[in-house]
Design a binder for this molecule. Sequence first.
Ligand code: HEC
Ligand code: HEC
Ligand code: HEC
Length: 174
Amino acid sequence: MGSFRVHTVVSITVVQTVEAENDMSAVGNYQMYWSTTINAYPSAGAAPQPSGASKLCLSCHDGTIALGAVRSRATDIPVSGGPTMPSDADGYVGTDLSGSHPVSFVFDDALAVANNAAGHLPLVLPSTLSDNDVKLDAQGRIQCTTCHDPHNSTNPKFMAKPESGQLCTICHTF
Ligand code: HEC
Ligand code: HEC
Ligand code: HEC
């Protein structure tokens, strides 16, 4: 499958350096997820913009900057299908993340307690999470890398678990 091979090539030859060096997307106004039952932030406008690993992933997946635009090279590394991720690619995410799982906010016990007290979709206390496949970042934030492991292509779509449903119930008790 083409996209799989492209990603594998990208992850092995580029992502390790890209983690430090890829030109970051210049987008500063991603539309972030919000709903009236979300406790993490009070309004759509108050949603944090993508940070950390999410910003890195989006540098390719929002389709706004060249896939091979690595700062250490004067010319971009050629990437098949490039230069930017085409909007019809399976991997295209774009800049409207309002329909995607919220990312780049801190998931702490206080959030889970407030959410559960409000009677919203119940959350597990993150301090009790013991499944190492699903991780918050060093600042305790949910990022793309909470659910996707770009260094592991065993599961479809670099998922941290073989099936997406197995991911959700680590944090949510639906
Ligand atoms: C250097 C550019 C680059 C970076 C950085 C990058 N990716 Fe990708 N990724 C790609 C390309 C190119 C594809 C293949 C897209 C396609 O063919 O539709 C891909 C494919 C994927 C796919 C599979 C899409 C599908 O449906 O087949 C997922 C999931 C994915 N990437 C997630 C991530 C995540 C999560 C991160 C951050 C940890 C990330 N990527 C970082 C370039 C990148
Ligand atoms: C809460 C878990 C979760 C988070 C956080 C998350 N994803 Fe995903 N992602 C998924 C699941 C589950 C799928 C598979 C959907 C499917 O197979 O229908 C997916 C699919 C994808 C795909 C493939 C889309 C397709 O149609 O093939 C890409 C690309 C992707 N995610 C990128 C990202 C990026 C970039 C971020 C961060 C901005 C991110 N994901 C954050 C769970 C997550
Ligand atoms: C690492 C923990 C974690 C994982 C894994 C996870 N979520 Fe979430 N999810 C959260 C947190 C935290 C929130 C924000 C809750 C809040 O602010 O009230 C959230 C929010 C949501 C919301 C929005 C709820 C609302 O009230 O608007 C939905 C829907 C959702 N998650 C579905 C999923 C699905 C489906 C999956 C699996 C693909 C998944 N989540 C995986 C932690 C997680």
